[in-house]
Design a protein around this ligand. Structure first.
Ligand SMILES: [Zn+2]
Length: 337
């Protein structure tokens, strides 16, 4: 889709075309830089613009797929999202019914119509690619490939992957098992959807709470550049990276950049943390009501080094009101207010 900016005063035009799916969000503007430019977009004028759309910042939520899977896109739009995360099926069972062709077509149509992008699919909870139990390992690899193919069918941009648990067999073993599983998956699935590895809080025997774990896994792949990262703010904080203070955030991003490169962060799971710093307990909280707090979350969402990442909340939800409040707050702090 081409975007056209027309100056009010000189009638000069500036046109550019949306970037390819690998980097669709690279263009962003501040309100100030926009100045007297009109922004032409199918159903927008400068007067009634939603700021986060004009700055192309992608902000959204994890959304339910209840009913038909394409209904999730309507839900996301209703909540004011321009990106979303879903499970492509029941995340707690091994059985997944096939996606209907008509549902897939409707999903693709609405994704474009509502401009929900990127669409992020989260892997089911039951998959554990770090386990030393051979039968669970095999079953997990098969289920993962099946899910990745569903992501492809739906035209999802990203596939978010928790790294799993070594279940007492040791971190090194867990990292090796995961690396090998990922190699096999990539070879067998031949998927177009980009796999993102998500950092964890490091509870129990979970791996992936140190950026070094993710680096080791990525380095082991045939093509390391094709793997991205999903950075969860609540996990990062609970794992002992101080992203609450300005200096701590600086230090954390520098560490990440040195090990993995900040360009790898395609999605930020934008959650406040109910559990304290370095607690290794994974509990998400509403934006601004947790241990990280509004000020620090604002610094993170406005950080220019993360400007191309989609920010998706996995905050607690009792009703739509919770989602709406969190969305409103995220947009507000994104603007720096
Ligand atoms: Zn997460």
């Amino acid at each position: 889709m081409a975007y056209t900016l027309v100056s009010k005063t000189s009638k000069r035009k500036l046109v550019w075309v949306r970037l390819p799916p690998s980097a669709p969000y690279a263009q962003s503007f501040t309100k100030k830089a926009l100045g007297s430019w009109h922004f032409r977009y199918p159903d927008f004028s400068l007067k009634n613009l939603d700021y986060h759309r004009i700055c192309m910042k992608r902000i959204g939520l994890h959304v339910s797929i209840a009913g038909h899977i394409y209904e999730s896109l309507g839900r996301a739009r209703e909540l004011g999202c321009n990106t979303m995360q879903i499970f492509s099926r029941n995340p707690r069972g091994w059985q997944a019914s096939n996606l209907e062709k008509s549902d897939v077509e409707e999903f693709s149509r609405l994704k474009i119509k509502y401009d929900i992008s990127p669409v992020v699919i989260h892997i089911p909870y039951i998959i554990n690619l770090a386990t030393s139990d051979d039968s669970l390992y095999k079953r997990s690899i098969d289920a993962y490939i099946d899910d990745l193919k569903r992501a492809d069918l739906l035209g999802a941009e990203y596939f978010v992957t928790h790294l799993g648990s070594h279940v007492g067999s040791g971190e090194d073993n867990g990292i090796k098992r995961f690396s090998d599983a990922l190699k096999e998956i990539i070879k067998r699935a031949k998927s177009k959807t980009t796999i993102l590895l998500e950092n964890t809080a490091g509870s129990g025997d979970g791996i992936g709470y140190r950026f070094e774990h993710i680096k080791r896994i990525i380095e082991n792949q045939a093509n390391p550049s094709e793997i991205g990262v999903c950075l969860d703010t609540a996990h990062t904080f609970a794992a002992g990276y101080d992203i609450k203070s300005k200096a701590g955030l600086e230090d954390t991003l520098k560490k990440f950049d040195k090990l993995l490169g900040l360009g790898r962060i395609k999605v930020v799971h934008f959650n406040d943390s109910l559990s304290p710093f370095d607690s290794h307990v994974d509990r998400h909280q509403h934006i601004g009501k947790g241990e990280i707090g509004l000020q620090a979350l604002g610094r993170i969402i406005r950080d220019p080094r993360l400007k191309n990442a989609a920010f998706i909340m996995e905050t607690p939800k009792e009703s739509d009101k919770d989602d709406k409040r969190n969305m409103a707050l995220a947009k507000k702090i994104c603007k720096g207010r």
